[in-house]
Design a protein around this ligand. Structure first.
Ligand SMILES: Nc1ncnc2c1ncn2[C@@H]1O[C@H](COP(=O)(O)OP(=O)(O)OP(=O)(O)O)[C@@H](O)[C@H]1O
Length: 257
C-alpha cells in the first residue's frame, strides 16, 4: 500500500447534510484519475477537503506519507498540491503575466524591504520570476496574451490561465475542477492533449472533476463515481460506462424507487 496520496474514509457534514460519506481512494504517482457524478454529488467538497478549504468532519488526507488533514490552504499548496476552481478565480484587472506572478510570488526569497529598495537580489529574482511565468504561459498557449487583462480573455483561455497559475506553485499533485466547462468541442480536445502533455512534462499526478464524459473517458485511466456523497463505482472508463449503478445515477432514476 502506497502513502503517496491517500484519502481515508473522508466524511463532510454540513449541519444535517452529509455531503460526502466515507470517501476513500489511493492514487499512485503519475496517475490520471477522474471524479464524476451528478450535480451536488459532493465532488468539489472532496477537493475542498484535500486542499484545506474544508476540514473534514472525519477521515484523513495522507500526502507523501504525512497526515495533512485540516492544514491551512497555503501550507497544503506549499507541500505540492495545487488546484483550479469550478468558478474561475482570476485577478481580472491584472494582466495575464501578473496573474501567474502572484502564484510564483510565494517562492520569492527576498524580503519586502529589499523589494522596496530595489536591491540586486530582489531585482534578479524578479527577472527570473518573469521568465518562469512566461514559460508557464508558453506551455498553456497563452504567451501571446501576456499583457492582456485576465478579464478580457475568452472563457477557454481563462481556464488555461487558471492551470498556468496552479502550475506556478510547482505542484506534484494537480486537482482540476471542471477544466473543460464552457469550452467548445475543439477547445476540449485540445485541453485533453494539453493535460497529457503537462502531466509528462511536469511529472504530475492528476485528479480531475469533469462533466464532459467524452473528455473524462478519453483521458482518465481510472474513474471514481459519486452520487449523493456516496461512492457508487470505481473502475476503468470501459467498466464505468457499462456500470448499471452509474447509468441509473445519470439517467436520474429515483434513488429509492
Ligand atoms: N459550505 C457548504 N455549506 C453547506 N452545504 C454545502 C457547502 N458546500 C457544499 N455543500 C453541499 O454539499 C453538497 C455537495 O456539493 P458539491 O459542490 O461538493 O457537489 P458537486 O458534486 O461538486 O456538484 P456540481 O457538479 O454541481 O459542482 C451539495 O448539496 C451542496 O449544496
Amino acid at each position: 500500500m502506497s502513502d503517496f496520496f491517500k484519502l481515508d474514509r473522508l466524511v463532510m457534514q454540513f449541519g444535517g447534510l452529509t455531503a460526502v460519506s466515507n470517501f476513500s481512494i489511493e492514487i499512485q504517482p503519475g496517475e490520471l484519475v477522474g471524479l464524476i457524478g451528478p450535480n451536488g454529488a459532493g465532488k468539489t467538497t472532496v477537493f475542498n477537503m484535500i486542499t484545506g478549504f474544508y476540514a473534514p468532519t472525519t477521515g484523513r488526507v495522507i500526502w507523501q506519507g504525512e497526515d495533512i488533514t485540516g492544514l491551512k490552504v497555503h501550507r497544503i499548496t506549499a507541500k505540492g498540491i495545487a488546484r483550479t476552481f469550478q468558478n474561475i478565480r482570476l485577478f481580472t484587472d491584472m494582466t495575464v503575466l501578473e496573474n501567474v506572478m502572484v502564484s510564483l510570488h510565494h517562492r520569492l526569497r527576498s524580503h519586502f524591504w529589499e523589494a522596496m529598495l530595489g536591491l540586486p537580489r530582489y531585482l534578479k529574482e524578479d527577472r527570473r520570476m518573469i521568465q518562469d511565468a512566461r514559460t508557464f504561459l508558453e506551455d498553456l498557449n497563452l504567451v501571446h496574451l501576456t499583457d492582456e487583462k485576465a478579464g478580457a480573455l475568452a472563457y477557454g483561455q481563462q481556464r488555461r490561465l487558471e492551470i498556468a497559475r496552479a502550475l506556478a506553485t510547482h505542484p506534484k499533485l494537480l486537482l482540476l475542477d471542471e477544466p473543460a466547462a464552457g469550452m467548445n468541442p475543439q477547445e476540449t480536445r485540445e485541453l485533453a492533449k494539453l493535460v497529457q502533455d503537462l502531466r509528462s512534462r511536469y511529472a504530475l499526478t492528476i485528479f480531475l472533476i469533469e462533466h464532459d464524459m467524452k473528455f473524462v473517458m478519453g483521458l482518465c485511466e481510472r474513474i471514481k463515481v459519486l452520487d449523493y456523497g456516496v461512492t457508487i463505482a470505481e473502475g476503468t472508463p470501459a467498466e464505468i460506462q457499462k456500470n448499471p449503478e452509474v447509468i441509473k445515477a445519470y439517467l436520474g432514476e429515483p434513488k429509492h424507487a
